[in-house]
Every structure is written in structure tokens, then in C-alpha cells.
Design a protein around this ligand. Structure first.
Ligand code: ADP
Length: 468
């Protein structure tokens, strides 16, 4: 069965968040299970594409209203990636050093049209077109209702929602950017008076899934305005928990680590990575090290960090290290905190894959008090790297972490507040003193299986249910 994924991000080419990790891994695991999966993504001006060996497989033009853009489809010749990867090269719109900007409407509309034009010319058409998030949310509508894609009408489509906060809104005055369609169907594009790409995909895709079962349940209640739509479409919606790419996230082979380790050698391995972190960031290796890795945004609970960290750091019993960027006010308060607690706290504002890997390996605990977490990959990486996750009771976190008080292996807070964060850190710091338990638990969590094997099988079952 041939499945084409269309996505704005794909690891290792361009990654902003978890979407890239999924699109960079799922196709590989689908292929291993006999599905012929490929990815189509934009050709950005990023390190990967600058060095890529590509061949031109298709050339044409895309019309957006009165604008005309030449485009090429480039096939990546890197076999190591594990699936066929195609780039949509529209130099004027897509070849930028960033993935997203303030106004992406034209960029992603053009990308989606070009991707479909290419699919349309293929003799062996896909059995399923799988799109991801709002950036590719117009694909199901265009396949069904745009006259130029008439021959794609009967191909089933799947939408995976990685994050429902962002929906790809634009005004009806920009309707003419889309290829010609029967105006009787304009309602399928609309939600609350504007064009809403995610809503259009929820309405038009044959199946919709989120990246964890709990997130799907939560979206029925709170989905940035789309709750009633999702409830209405409930029968075609499911939740499939993401896996992690165990070949990329492997403590025995991860080349970013200071020292590699396995379940049996975790003590010396984790210690070497912790030592490196503590030396680099002036922290005390003998104290339990708590880390945060991620975007500093409201959904991640990061607005609570300045006050919570201040309280946590006061008694000097633990160390905190933070990696991330986002809200400028939060960044400033977190930087300011360093002047008051230089001996127990440090931070790196920015994106750094290499540092993040060393933090997953060298930390004792990973903090993740998210308000919204569709799946959450960090807690899965931390489990695999033997670092105990401290999470809130939402979305994929709820589906993957069990509190130590319920015979589990992590820490779960029931409310997202400064007090809850401070208390859970204190609770974890006490448990840290029990080195026998700590060691047993680390071995246990490193062996938990959250690989893609299982998730890929669930996607194949979903695709098979669409065969017509
Ligand atoms: P998001 O909501 O950001 O998509 P996910 O948990 O789904 O969150 O995925 C986050 C991914 O991005 C993880 O692989 C995490 O390690 C990585 N990540 C986030 N912020 C940073 C950063 N500042 N530096 C390095 N990696 C980061």
C-alpha cells in the first residue's frame, strides 16, 4: 500500500517541534512493515537542503489567484533516511531559513497545491494521502472539491492533529488563492466566519486522529473553538499515541552524548553526562538535577517557572537547568533569576539539539508541567534515557506516565500551579535520596517500550479500514 505524507516539518530536515519527529519516524516504521510510505515537504533554506543530493522529478507552475510561481519537485537521494523524501521547491515562497513566519497563507497554500499537482501526475497513485496539522489541512478539501484535482477525489485522506491550537486561519477575501472549486462547498472551508484550514481538514478528511487518546478526549471539550466540530465528527476520530524513533533516541549510539550507556551501564553513563552538564553550567553534581527542555509558552506552563523556580531554589537542595526559548517576558525573568542563584541554576535560551540530548541523558528529573500536551515526546525520550519525568495530568502525559504513589515510575501533578510544581520537586528530591529505588526505577523506565512499532501497526490498521 502506497501512503504519501504531506507535512511542513520532517526530522532531520526541518524541525520546530514534535511534528518533525513524527513525520521523520513514522514513514520509516511503516516501510519496515511493508507499507510504501513517502514524505513531501517544502524545500527550505536549511543546512540539510544545502548539502542534499537531489534530482528533479517534476517541474510545473502553480497559480495563486493572479500570481504564478514556477516550482520543481526534488527527490532526495539520501537512502539513509529510511523513506522516499520529496521537496516542493518554490524559491520565491518556501526557500527561507525559517519554517514558519507571521503570514504563511500563500506559502503553504502554494505548497499544498504543488504537492497535489505532483501526486496527480503519478501513474501509481497513493492508496492514502496523509496530512499533518493545519499547514496541510486544505489538502482533503482540494482533493475532493477543486476541479483541477478531480482525479484524486476517490483517494482516502487522513489528518493527524499534532496541535489544535494553531489552525491556519485566513479571510474569505483570500479564497481566490485556492484552485477553482464549486462555491456551494465554501462552507467546508469556513469556521466562524473565516477560512480555517484545520477545520476544513476535520470536515473533509476521511479519518482524523490525534497523537494520543487522551488528547482526542480533551479536544472534544477544549480545542480553541473547534470542540463542537470535533464532537460532531467524533465517529471518524481516534487517538494513536506517538512512538519514539528508537534508532535516533538510543543511549548506546547517540553521538551527541558525552558517554554512551545501556540499561546495565546507566550509572556511569548518566554520571558522565551529568558531570559534563554541571561543569558547563556551574552546577553541583551532588544535587539532584531537574531540567526543562522546550518552548517557553503558556501551553508548557512556562509562565509559572520564574516564581516556581525562585521558591524551589531558595533552600539550595536541588539544581535546575533550562533549555528553550519563547515568550520574551518569561525569558527575561528566567535570565534574571540566574543572577540570584548562580550556584544552583542555569539556562540556555535557544534551540540546541546536542545539548538537549545531553540533558535527557545527564539529568535526574525532567520537568513537564504542560497545560496542553497532545502527545509529548520529551517524557518518552526522558524515560528512554533513564531520567524520571515529572508531568501534569493532561494529553499524552496522562497516557504515558504513572505516579510513584500509584505503583508507577514518575511524578504526576493534578493541577498546574506554582505550588504544585514546588511540591512535586520537593517530593522528587526526597525520593532521589533513596539510591536503591532510584537505580531500580531508572532501569525499569529505560526498558519501557514506547517505540514506533506499535503505533505504526495502528496506523496501518487505520489505512486498511479506508480501502475502497
Ligand atoms: P512541541 O509542542 O514543541 O511540538 P513535543 O514534545 O511534541 O513538543 O516535541 C518537542 C521536541 O522538540 C522534542 O524532541 C524536544 O527535545 C525538542 N525541543 C524543544 N525545544 C528544544 C530546544 N530548545 N532545543 C532542543 N530541542 C528542543
Amino acid at each position: 500500500m502506497k501512503v504519501v505524507h504531506i507535512s511542513a516539518e520532517c526530522y532531520p530536515v526541518a524541525k520546530v517541534g514534535g511534528l518533525a519527529d513524527v513525520v521523520g519516524a513514522l514513514p520509516k516504521y511503516l516501510n519496515e512493515k511493508g507499507t510504501q510510505a513517502s514524505v513531501i515537504m517544502p524545500f527550505y533554506n536549511v543546512p540539510y537542503t544545502r548539502d542534499a543530493q537531489v534530482e528533479v522529478v517534476y517541474e510545473a507552475g502553480v497559480y495563486l489567484d493572479t500570481y504564478h510561481y514556477e516550482f520543481r519537485i526534488l527527490k532526495d537521494n539520501n537512502r539513509a533516511i529510511g523513506f522516499d523524501l520529496y521537496f516542493v521547491d518554490i524559491p520565491e515562497l518556501l526557500f527561507e531559513e525559517y519554517v514558519y513566519s507571521q503570514d504563511d497563507t500563500k506559502r503553504f497554500v502554494a505548497f499544498q497545491i504543488a504537492a497535489l499537482q505532483y501526486i496527480q501526475t503519478q501513474k501509481n497513485k497513493p492508496a492514502v494521502v496523509h496530512c499533518h496539522d493545519h499547514h496541510t489541512g486544505l489538502v482533503p478539501f482540494m482533493m475532493q472539491h477543486c476541479t483541477m484535482f478531480e482525479n484524486l477525489k476517490h483517494i482516502p485522506t487522513v489528518l493527524t492533529i499534532h496541535n489544535a491550537q494553531y489552525q491556519g486561519w485566513f479571510g474569505h477575501d483570500q479564497q481566490s488563492l485556492l484552485p477553482t472549486f464549486n462555491k456551494a462547498h465554501v462552507g467546508l472551508l469556513d469556521w466562524d466566519g473565516s477560512i480555517n484550514s484545520l477545520a476544513a481538514a476535520i470536515k473533509c478528511a476521511w479519518r482524523v486522529n490525534t497523537v494520543s487518546p487522551s488528547y482526542m478526549e480533551e479536544l472534544m471539550e477544549r480545542a480553541n473553538g473547534l470542540e463542537s466540530l470535533l464532537s460532531h465528527e467524533r465517529n471518524k476520530c481516534t487517538g494513536i499515541l506517538n512512538g519514539i524513533d528508537s534508532s535516533v533516541w538510543n543511549t548506546a549510539t547517540d553521538s551527541f552524548l558525552v558517554k554512551n550507556y545501556t540499561v546495565t551501564s546507566n550509572v556511569s553513563g548518566k554520571k558522565a553526562n551529568k558531570k559534563w552538564l554541571c561543569e558547563q553550567y556551574d552546577l553541583d553534581i551532588d544535587k539532584p538535577l531537574f531540567v526543562f527542555i522546550g518552548r517557553l509558552v503558556y501551553e508548557k506552563g512556562s509562565d509559572l517557572f520564574p516564581e516556581a523556580f525562585e521558591k524551589i531554589l531558595k533552600d539550595g537542595k536541588v539544581s535546575l537547568l533550562l533549555l528553550g526559548s519563547g515568550d520574551k517576558e518569561t525569558e527575561a525573568s528566567l535570565k534574571e533569576l540566574k543572577t540570584q542563584h548562580p550556584e544552583n541554576y542555569n539556562l540556555h535560551i535557544g534551540y540546541d539539539e546536542s545539548l538537549s540530548r545531553k540533558m535527557y541523558a545527564g539529568a535526574d528529573f525532567l520537568l513537564m508541567p504542560s497545560r496542553v500536551e497532545p502527545c509529548g515526546l520529551n517524557q518518552l525520550y526522558s524515560l528512554r534515557y533513564g531520567t524520571i519525568p515529572i508531568v501534569s495530568n493532561v494529553g499524552g502525559l496522562k497516557d504515558t506516565v504513572i505516579d510513584v504513589d500509584n505503583n508507577g515510575y514518575g511524578f504526576v501533578i493534578q493541577e498546574i500551579s506554582v505550588t504544585a510544581i514546588v511540591e512535586v520537586v520537593q517530593r522528587a528530591a526526597v525520593v532521589y535520596e533513596d539510591s536503591a529505588w532510584l537505580q531500580k526505577n531508572r532501569k525499569y523506565i529505560m526498558k519501557l517500550d514506547y517505540s514506533w512499532e506499535h503505533a505504526a501497526s495502528q496506523y496501518i490498521t487505520l489505512y486498511n479500514s479506508l480501502k475502497n
